[in-house]
Ligand binder design. Structure first.
Ligand SMILES: Cc1cc2nc3c(=O)[nH]c(=O)nc-3n(C[C@H](O)[C@H](O)[C@H](O)COP(=O)(O)OP(=O)(O)OC[C@H]3O[C@@H](n4cnc5c(N)ncnc54)[C@H](O)[C@@H]3O)c2cc1C
Length: 510
């Protein structure tokens, strides 16, 4: 039988995952005019439209696909995000009524040494304050850069908050107008499959039968092709990550200061995100319905917002926690919610879509005969990545010392914690975390991410002895952090002020 050359790719779904994937693929294939990328999007099924917090790797992707930072800020109401501020994740009695910590985007230890043991000995200030200038700057609502800094560069590392609908629209315009992605607005009514090949064709409502060489399922939670048609099983992780519902509202934010971080405030059965864009705040209460009723969740959200919920359009969203056993099956790869979802904590979803799309584009199959090997390679890596992301999200729940509800107690139950995580935690009670504890680049959360969370949540590290010489060196480094902060605090604008300037002038292009 003739080996089919893979020339025509189709992406089903026009949410963040679909457009990021189509854009990266079209960029990768731009030199080869024999290849095409088509995106099919239903005119009737809206995108999920949440997903407003990102992580710094999004900057690389935007740069790669040719979206300018100024365009993102002005067209998507975007703001700069430098951290996640976790409030009330610890017990109020032991850690104070208003306990909080930051998971910063800046790499800690700008002066070289790992200061965790020193911080643990001293405990004068929070870990993040001791090891980086970023929390100091962020708490003053300062931006990570100046208007004179080139696009995608800054004094501190950063990502963005943006309006998910406007972001999808910007990705679409860019993909169609600049990257040559073919766009079809139509409903996929049926999918023809073959047990050997995988997908044979899509039946579209208006355009009839259409055939491609490779199918990328970005259809959201429905997982239309990989889940429903190819029946790839879903690995349910609700026994590890309990959150399964979210209530969301948007409230105006036109003249207020814009915190350059996501605020994540824990409550008795989950947490609340608070994301400030330039025009509005997006607020969402995440909870588990095994521990909290919808009525209580609404009351809590109303209290947080400070106004009757009737004034707003409250959306209720169901979340399915887990991922597909194989993201890539035969000639079909799922990316985005159709591949899996953990929960919104730590903004892992756009990160994983972006990561998956890059992983795919780095090693594209040329022929149908490549598919099996390539799928095996991809699935092994992405499964590992999913498991480590789940570990990292679970970490926030299982090392909390909150005891005020069964939700928090059950999160510490050993049966709900993956062995891969308990092994690490056990090790870190005996020796400080180090680079060697992380195996590969497929762990998208690395040592520094763990350090911010572990130290922020007062993990029980064992004290290490330190010489006077070491103590003096570390003390000097922490003083330098404070000195650097003093230098920068007058050189950076407030976030709102910078956004205004971007609307007026834009950033210099790279
Ligand atoms: C409560 C909540 C909060 C979140 N917060 C964050 C966050 O802060 N950060 C983050 O990174 N992620 C977050 N996420 C995840 C984020 O929303 C998604 O990763 C992101 O929106 C991508 O979704 P998607 O493109 O996979 O699916 P969707 O946006 O749902 O898009 C699905 C697409 O498939 C199309 N489609 C479906 N069926 C058909 C059909 N039959 N024919 C043709 N087209 C079809 C639809 O029209 C649509 O275009 C959150 C998710 C939830 C549930």
């Amino acid at each position: 039988m003739k080996d089919i050359e893979i020339k025509n790719y189709v992406v089903v779904g026009g949410g963040t995952a679909g457009w990021i994937t189509a854009s990266l693929l079209a960029t990768k294939l731009s030199h080869d005019k024999t290849k095409s990328v088509t995106l099919i999007e239903s005119p009737d099924i809206p995108i999920i439209g949440v997903g407003e917090g990102t992580v710094p790797s999004i900057r690389q992707t935007l740069k790669r696909i040719g979206i300018s930072e100024s365009e993102l800020i002005t067209k998507c109401d975007a703001t700069f995000k430098q951290s996640i501020k976790f409030a009330n994740w610890m017990d109020k009695e032991t850690h104070g009524e208003k306990n909080f910590y930051h998971h910063l985007f800046d790499y800690p230890f700008p002066f070289g040494d790992n200061l965790l043991p020193f911080w643990h000995k001293k405990k004068g200030s929070s870990f993040a304050e001791m090891v980086s200038i970023q929390q100091h700057l962020a708490e003053l609502n300062l931006a990570p850069k100046n208007i004179t800094d080139a696009e995608f560069t800054g004094i501190s590392d950063y990502a963005y908050h943006f309006d998910a609908h406007k972001f999808a629209q910007l990705l679409k315009e860019n993909a169609v107008e600049k990257l040559g992605v073919n766009y079809i607005s139509d409903n996929v009514e049926d999918v023809t499959i073959d047990s050997e090949i995988g997908i044979l064709a899509l039946k579209l409502q208006k355009n009839g039968m259409t055939k491609y060489d490779f199918y990328i399922d970005c259809s959201g939670f429905t997982s239309l092709i990989l889940g429903q048609k190819l029946a790839v099983p879903f690995i349910d992780k609700s026994n590890v990550i309990f959150s399964n519902k979210a209530l969301t509202v948007q409230i105006p934010n036109l003249d207020k200061e814009i915190p350059p971080f996501t605020i994540s405030t824990a409550h008795q059965a989950g947490w609340i995100w608070d994301i400030a864009l330039s025009t509005r705040r997006g607020i969402g209460l995440v909870y588990c319905d095994r521990y909290m009723s919808e009525d209580t969740a609404r009351e809590k959200l109303e209290k947080y917002v400070g106004n009757p919920l009737e004034e707003f359009n409250v959306r209720k969203i169901d979340m399915k926690i887990g991922y597909r056993e194989q993201a890539w099956n035969k000639n079909c790869l799922a990316i985005g919610l159709s591949q899996g979802f953990v929960e919104p904590l730590e903004a892992t979803a756009i990160l994983l879509s972006d990561f998956s799309a890059n992983l795919f584009c780095n090693k594209l199959p040329e022929h149908a005969s490549d598919l099996e090997d390539f799928a095996k390679h991809f699935n092994k890596r992405i499964t590992y990545t999913w498991e480590r992301v789940i570990d990292f999200v679970k970490l926030h729940y299982c090392i909390s010392n909150r005891t005020d509800s069964q939700f928090w107690l059950d999160n510490r139950d050993m049966s709900s914690i993956p062995t891969s995580l308990t092994e690490k935690l056990s090790l870190w009670m005996k020796s400080y975390p180090s680079k060697d504890d992380f195996f590969s680049k497929f762990e998208v959360f690395d040592l520094e991410n763990y350090l911010y969370v572990l130290a922020g949540m007062d993990f029980s590290f064992k004290d290490l002895k330190m010489s006077d010489h070491e103590l003096a060196r570390y003390e000097n480094q922490t003083n330098q952090v404070l000195k650097t902060f003093e230098e920068y605090k007058n050189r950076l604008p407030k976030q709102r002020e910078l956004i205004k300037k971007v609307f007026e002038n834009g950033f210099p292009k790279i």
